[in-house]
Write a protein of this length. Structure first.
Length: 557
């Protein structure tokens, strides 16, 4: 391969690595990376020498910023789309970008594209530099950028940023429930993907001296996706073999047909995509044997303590039904507060209100009004809830899931930058995270499960893992929705010990539960709901003796 061809392949690798951040790390199937390359390529051609006349380095930097802005706007426009619709929408954007390039011929040169003056020069009068970019220097520039991006992706994936994106990839609902700002993370990763695509487009245009709509076609977006998928689960270096195959596509296309045009390349890309998907479907990690149950530690899990939660006059109406009717509730620190009642009485809806899923009534946290907000914002304020059905992603080990809870509400910029530069602060942060995860798993008797296959966990172990993730957030208010569902007798005994120890350590614990024996054994206070109203509230003995409660729950006269 020639020097120019090798440099061109390296710029394509930069674009593929950027796409891997969205596809492999965050689970966002984007099909518009070719459009971001076009923004970078046309940007440097229009802004640099031969265009507006800006120095080549300045023009390239502005082109990358334009591509990043395009990525941010794309994230805003597709924020509510799931994976399938996201792929379709971004594929449509790729086609729209190509059509726009040919439609505005006065600006973009139409189908012929734009040509930059040759040779390309990097000039800085301030620094006294004037450097002609020969083919070898272009290759060195492409290789240097490629190594920097590889290092960035590697270090990012091993740090807090990679952990957050793994949560998004495996279960956005779980990530949000542990405090990860899902929408903000998606905007950030798509912006980074677009910026690297723009960098690749600018570098390629400087290298070959021309940019046209054919160089940033929707087919290129599909090829880059194939390059990422070929790498499989090797996320940081996975695009490397994919980009190598991508570079061989033109030769393969000529072998298929005499012209080697887009149809032949499209056929080869389709074959590569199907092969990559088939291999990923067949390759599964070997299941590990689940260890025998371990004892529950007497140590208390780490959490913030001493914060009460009060709800005043919450009403929620669904079509044809009143889920909550002027419900007030007070949860005190150091107590287990059980919410019981018939199915459909409003218990889970009440937890939704407390956890930020629904906006109703007035909520005070430790006496201060708590503003309405999203579920991640409520977690960061100190209130976390477990879902009714256990959510245990197969792609994250139990230890990684607990780690996601431990850092879900953390802010990105400082933590990510520390990780990228390998500062002492990043190493200290990583050590604290590992210690917290170990302490939480040990306190809930789950240390034996830390690195096991989540698919092999029993229902009871999954329930305890949900509790561990919530406790790891450090939230002082813990809301558990039917935590005993599916548990064995032994596991319910473990659950009782965990709930009691959390409360004794000062946490504010609320549980929705149908197991009245468990409620009687662990609850300090009980609130009974019926048809969206509070039927009774008080200590377990007084509630059990209430005639209305006996009639509703036990069917007694």
């Amino acid at each position: 391969m020639s020097t120019v061809g090798t440099a061109q392949s390296l710029w394509l690798l930069v674009a593929a690595l950027g796409l891997a951040l969205s596809v492999s790390y965050a689970g966002m199937p984007l099909l518009c990376q070719g459009g971001f390359l076009a923004v970078g390529g046309y940007g440097v051609a229009l802004l640099g020498p031969g265009g507006t006349g800006l120095p080549l380095g300045v023009a390239a930097g502005l082109a990358v910023l334009l591509a990043a802005a395009a990525g941010y706007l794309t994230a805003l426009a597709t924020a509510r789309l799931d994976a399938g619709y996201l792929a379709l929408a971004t594929w449509a954007l790729a086609w729209l970008a190509q059509r726009a390039l040919t439609a505005f011929a006065d600006l973009t040169g139409g189908t012929e594209g734009l040509t930059r003056p040759a040779p390309a020069r990097l000039v800085s009068r301030t620094l006294g530099i004037e450097l002609t970019l020969t083919d070898r220097l272009n290759l060195a520039l492409a290789a240097g950028c490629c190594l920097l991006v590889l290092t960035f992706v590697y270090r990012f994936g091993r740090g807090p940023g990679g952990l957050d994106l793994a949560g998004l990839r495996e279960s956005p609902e779980l990530a949000a429930g542990l405090g990860v700002p899902v929408a903000a993370r998606r905007r950030a990763v798509l912006t980074a993907t677009a910026a690297l695509g723009g960098l690749a487009g600018a570098g390629s245009t400087v290298l070959v001296g021309v940019i046209s709509p054919a160089d940033a076609s929707p087919l290129l977006s599909l090829e880059l996706l194939a390059a990422v998928l070929i790498g499989g689960t090797a996320r940081w270096w996975g695009p490397v073999p994919g980009a190598a195959l991508l570079s061989a596509l033109p030769g393969g296309a000529f072998a298929v047909t005499e012209t080697g045009g887009a149809p032949a390349r499209g056929v080869l890309v389709a074959v590569l995509l199907l092969a990559a998907v088939a291999v990923r479907a067949m390759v599964r990690p070997a299941p590990r044997k689940v260890a025998s149950p371990g004892p529950v530690s007497s140590a208390a899990p780490p959490a913030r303590r001493g914060t009460g939660l009060e709800l005043v006059s919450a009403s929620v109406r669904y079509p044809g039904a009143m889920a909550l009717d002027d419900v007030s509730l007070q949860l005190r620190p150091g107590q287990v507060h059980a919410l019981i009642g018939p199915n459909g009485s409003g218990k889970s809806t009440l937890l939704d209100v407390l956890a930020g899923g629904l906006d109703a009534g007035t909520i005070r946290l430790d006496g201060a009004p708590l503003a309405a907000g999203t579920v991640p914002e409520r977690v960061r304020a100190g209130v976390v809830r477990t879902p009714q059905q256990p959510t245990v992603p197969a792609g994250l080990s139990p230890a990684r899931q607990v780690a996601l809870g431990a850092r879900g509400g953390s802010r990105w910029p400082r933590a990510v930058l520390r990780q990228l530069f390998g500062t002492p602060g990043s190493r200290l942060q990583a050590a604290r995270l590992r210690a917290g995860v170990t302490a939480t798993l040990d306190a809930l008797g789950l240390a034996r499960l830390a690195d096991l296959d989540p698919a092999r966990l029993s229902t009871g172990e999954r329930q305890l893992l949900q509790l561990a993730r919530a406790v790891a957030t450090g939230a002082p208010v813990l809301l558990f929705d039917e935590p005993a569902a599916g548990m064995t007798v032994a596991e319910r005994a473990e659950l009782r010990a965990v709930l009691r120890r959390l409360a004794d350590d000062g946490a504010t614990v609320a549980i929705v539960e149908h197991d009245l024996r468990l409620v009687a054994a662990v609850a300090d206070r009980v609130t009974v709901l019926d048809a969206g109203r509070v039927l009774a509230s008080g200590d377990p003995a007084s509630v059990r003796a209430d005639p209305a409660v006996r009639r509703v729950l036990l069917g007694l006269p």
